[in-house]
Write a protein that binds this ligand. Structure first.
Ligand code: GRF
Length: 203
Protein backbone atom coordinates (compact mmCIF):
# COMPACT_ATOMS: atom_id res chain seq x y z
CA UNK A 1 0.00 0.00 0.00
CA UNK A 2 1.29 3.45 -0.93
CA UNK A 3 2.17 5.38 2.24
CA UNK A 4 3.21 8.95 3.06
CA UNK A 5 5.16 9.49 6.28
CA UNK A 6 4.98 12.91 7.97
CA UNK A 7 7.84 13.91 10.28
CA UNK A 8 9.17 16.96 12.09
CA UNK A 9 12.43 15.69 13.56
CA UNK A 10 14.90 12.83 13.85
CA UNK A 11 12.74 10.23 12.08
CA UNK A 12 13.82 7.19 14.09
CA UNK A 13 10.30 5.78 13.71
CA UNK A 14 10.56 6.44 9.98
CA UNK A 15 13.89 4.61 9.98
CA UNK A 16 12.33 1.59 11.68
CA UNK A 17 9.72 1.49 8.92
CA UNK A 18 12.27 1.93 6.13
CA UNK A 19 14.28 -0.97 7.56
CA UNK A 20 11.27 -3.26 7.91
CA UNK A 21 9.92 -2.39 4.45
CA UNK A 22 13.35 -3.15 2.98
CA UNK A 23 13.39 -6.43 4.91
CA UNK A 24 10.01 -7.32 3.39
CA UNK A 25 8.13 -7.50 6.69
CA UNK A 26 6.23 -4.22 6.30
CA UNK A 27 3.75 -4.04 3.40
CA UNK A 28 4.19 -0.28 3.03
CA UNK A 29 5.31 1.30 -0.22
CA UNK A 30 6.68 4.54 1.27
CA UNK A 31 6.15 7.02 -1.56
CA UNK A 32 6.84 10.30 0.26
CA UNK A 33 8.46 11.61 3.43
CA UNK A 34 7.11 15.07 4.22
CA UNK A 35 8.33 17.39 6.96
CA UNK A 36 7.07 20.75 8.19
CA UNK A 37 10.69 21.57 9.05
CA UNK A 38 13.51 21.71 6.52
CA UNK A 39 16.07 20.74 9.16
CA UNK A 40 14.43 17.42 10.08
CA UNK A 41 17.09 14.69 10.04
CA UNK A 42 14.42 12.24 8.89
CA UNK A 43 14.60 13.89 5.45
CA UNK A 44 18.20 12.68 5.13
CA UNK A 45 17.13 9.18 6.17
CA UNK A 46 14.54 9.16 3.35
CA UNK A 47 16.95 10.60 0.78
CA UNK A 48 19.46 7.85 1.62
CA UNK A 49 16.82 5.31 0.59
CA UNK A 50 15.94 7.25 -2.57
CA UNK A 51 12.50 8.14 -1.26
CA UNK A 52 11.02 11.45 -2.46
CA UNK A 53 10.86 14.11 0.23
CA UNK A 54 8.95 17.37 0.62
CA UNK A 55 9.12 20.25 3.04
CA UNK A 56 5.87 22.12 3.69
CA UNK A 57 6.61 24.74 6.31
CA UNK A 58 3.60 25.80 8.36
CA UNK A 59 5.03 29.30 8.66
CA UNK A 60 4.70 29.79 4.90
CA UNK A 61 0.89 29.63 5.10
CA UNK A 62 -1.54 32.29 6.26
CA UNK A 63 -3.65 29.87 8.26
CA UNK A 64 -3.94 26.29 9.45
CA UNK A 65 -6.45 25.40 6.74
CA UNK A 66 -4.13 26.57 3.95
CA UNK A 67 -1.28 24.53 5.44
CA UNK A 68 -3.51 21.44 5.66
CA UNK A 69 -4.61 21.95 2.04
CA UNK A 70 -0.97 22.06 0.93
CA UNK A 71 -0.23 18.88 2.88
CA UNK A 72 -3.22 17.07 1.35
CA UNK A 73 -2.16 18.13 -2.15
CA UNK A 74 1.43 16.90 -1.69
CA UNK A 75 0.27 13.59 -0.24
CA UNK A 76 -2.37 13.04 -2.95
CA UNK A 77 0.28 13.80 -5.60
CA UNK A 78 2.43 10.99 -4.21
CA UNK A 79 -0.44 8.52 -4.58
CA UNK A 80 -0.29 7.62 -0.90
CA UNK A 81 -3.46 6.01 0.51
CA UNK A 82 -2.21 5.75 4.11
CA UNK A 83 -0.73 8.60 6.13
CA UNK A 84 1.69 7.89 8.99
CA UNK A 85 2.46 10.63 11.52
CA UNK A 86 5.90 9.74 12.84
CA UNK A 87 6.81 12.53 15.20
CA UNK A 88 4.85 15.10 13.21
CA UNK A 89 4.40 17.99 15.59
CA UNK A 90 1.49 19.88 14.03
CA UNK A 91 -2.20 19.47 14.76
CA UNK A 92 -4.12 18.47 11.61
CA UNK A 93 -7.48 20.08 11.00
CA UNK A 94 -10.77 18.42 10.00
CA UNK A 95 -10.05 19.09 6.30
CA UNK A 96 -6.96 16.89 6.46
CA UNK A 97 -8.51 14.22 8.69
CA UNK A 98 -11.53 13.76 6.41
CA UNK A 99 -9.31 13.71 3.30
CA UNK A 100 -7.71 10.51 4.63
CA UNK A 101 -10.52 9.33 6.89
CA UNK A 102 -9.63 6.25 8.96
CA UNK A 103 -6.30 5.98 7.16
CA UNK A 104 -4.08 8.14 9.39
CA UNK A 105 -2.01 6.60 12.21
CA UNK A 106 -0.11 8.45 14.93
CA UNK A 107 2.33 7.32 17.60
CA UNK A 108 2.13 8.86 21.07
CA UNK A 109 4.83 8.20 23.71
CA UNK A 110 2.43 7.52 26.59
CA UNK A 111 -0.43 5.16 27.41
CA UNK A 112 -3.41 7.15 26.11
CA UNK A 113 -5.77 8.41 27.31
CA UNK A 114 -3.21 9.27 29.98
CA UNK A 115 -0.74 12.06 29.29
CA UNK A 116 -1.86 13.37 25.88
CA UNK A 117 -0.09 16.35 24.35
CA UNK A 118 3.46 17.18 23.38
CA UNK A 119 5.11 16.34 26.73
CA UNK A 120 3.77 12.84 27.33
CA UNK A 121 7.00 11.33 28.63
CA UNK A 122 8.01 14.06 31.11
CA UNK A 123 4.39 14.43 32.29
CA UNK A 124 4.24 10.71 33.08
CA UNK A 125 7.68 10.70 34.73
CA UNK A 126 6.79 13.71 36.86
CA UNK A 127 3.50 12.14 37.87
CA UNK A 128 5.40 9.19 39.32
CA UNK A 129 3.75 6.49 37.20
CA UNK A 130 5.11 2.96 37.66
CA UNK A 131 4.21 1.92 34.12
CA UNK A 132 4.27 4.05 30.98
CA UNK A 133 4.57 3.23 27.31
CA UNK A 134 3.39 4.17 23.84
CA UNK A 135 0.20 4.13 21.82
CA UNK A 136 -0.56 3.88 18.10
CA UNK A 137 -3.99 5.29 17.30
CA UNK A 138 -6.11 6.42 14.38
CA UNK A 139 -6.14 10.19 14.04
CA UNK A 140 -9.47 11.92 14.39
CA UNK A 141 -10.38 15.61 14.80
CA UNK A 142 -9.08 15.76 18.36
CA UNK A 143 -5.43 15.52 19.45
CA UNK A 144 -4.24 12.09 20.70
CA UNK A 145 -7.87 10.92 20.81
CA UNK A 146 -8.70 8.45 18.01
CA UNK A 147 -9.32 4.70 18.38
CA UNK A 148 -6.31 2.82 19.73
CA UNK A 149 -4.67 0.17 17.53
CA UNK A 150 -1.86 -1.12 19.77
CA UNK A 151 -0.02 -0.18 22.96
CA UNK A 152 3.19 -1.30 24.64
CA UNK A 153 4.27 -0.74 28.26
CA UNK A 154 7.56 -0.10 30.01
CA UNK A 155 8.40 0.19 33.71
CA UNK A 156 9.02 3.73 34.96
CA UNK A 157 11.58 4.30 37.71
CA UNK A 158 11.52 6.99 40.40
CA UNK A 159 14.76 8.53 39.13
CA UNK A 160 13.45 8.72 35.54
CA UNK A 161 13.16 12.06 33.87
CA UNK A 162 11.34 12.51 30.58
CA UNK A 163 14.49 11.77 28.60
CA UNK A 164 15.31 8.46 30.29
CA UNK A 165 11.73 7.27 30.16
CA UNK A 166 11.36 8.59 26.60
CA UNK A 167 14.37 6.62 25.43
CA UNK A 168 13.01 3.38 26.90
CA UNK A 169 9.63 4.07 25.25
CA UNK A 170 11.15 4.95 21.86
CA UNK A 171 12.65 1.45 21.55
CA UNK A 172 9.13 0.02 21.80
CA UNK A 173 7.72 2.61 19.41
CA UNK A 174 10.04 1.18 16.78
CA UNK A 175 8.32 -2.17 17.22
CA UNK A 176 4.63 -1.36 17.60
CA UNK A 177 4.38 1.44 15.01
CA UNK A 178 5.63 -0.64 12.03
CA UNK A 179 3.40 -3.47 13.24
CA UNK A 180 0.31 -1.21 13.26
CA UNK A 181 1.17 0.24 9.84
CA UNK A 182 1.57 -3.30 8.49
CA UNK A 183 -1.85 -4.27 9.83
CA UNK A 184 -3.45 -1.19 8.23
CA UNK A 185 -1.63 -1.73 4.92
CA UNK A 186 -2.76 -5.37 4.82
CA UNK A 187 -6.40 -4.42 5.44
CA UNK A 188 -6.65 -6.14 8.82
CA UNK A 189 -7.92 -3.17 10.86
CA UNK A 190 -11.55 -2.13 11.21
CA UNK A 191 -13.09 0.43 13.55
CA UNK A 192 -16.30 -0.34 15.41
CA UNK A 193 -17.26 2.63 17.58
CA UNK A 194 -14.18 3.35 19.67
CA UNK A 195 -12.76 -0.12 19.21
CA UNK A 196 -10.24 -1.24 16.59
CA UNK A 197 -10.62 -4.84 15.50
CA UNK A 198 -7.69 -6.83 14.13
CA UNK A 199 -8.73 -9.47 11.60
CA UNK A 200 -6.85 -12.78 11.64
CA UNK A 201 -3.93 -13.01 9.22
CA UNK A 202 -4.67 -14.75 5.93
CA UNK A 203 -3.39 -18.24 6.46
C1 GRF B 1 8.59 10.01 19.38
O1 GRF B 1 8.88 10.13 20.74
C2 GRF B 1 7.12 9.93 19.18
O2 GRF B 1 6.47 9.24 20.21
C3 GRF B 1 6.73 11.37 19.21
O3 GRF B 1 7.76 12.06 18.56
C4 GRF B 1 8.92 11.28 18.63
C5 GRF B 1 9.31 10.94 17.20
O4 GRF B 1 10.61 10.56 17.21
N1 GRF B 1 5.49 11.55 18.53
P1 GRF B 1 11.29 10.23 15.79
O5 GRF B 1 11.28 11.52 15.00
O6 GRF B 1 10.47 9.15 15.14
O7 GRF B 1 12.66 9.77 16.17
Amino acid sequence: TPVAVLISGSGSNLQAMLDKAAAGVLAADIRLVLSNRGDAYGLARAAKCGIPTAVVEHGAYPCREAFDTALVAAIRKSGAEVVVLAGFMRILGPGFVTAFSQRILNIHPALLPSFPGVHGQPDAARHGVKISGCTVHFVDEKMDHGPIVIQAAVPAHAEDDGKALGGRILALEHRIFPQAVHWLCTGRLSIVGRHVRLAPADV
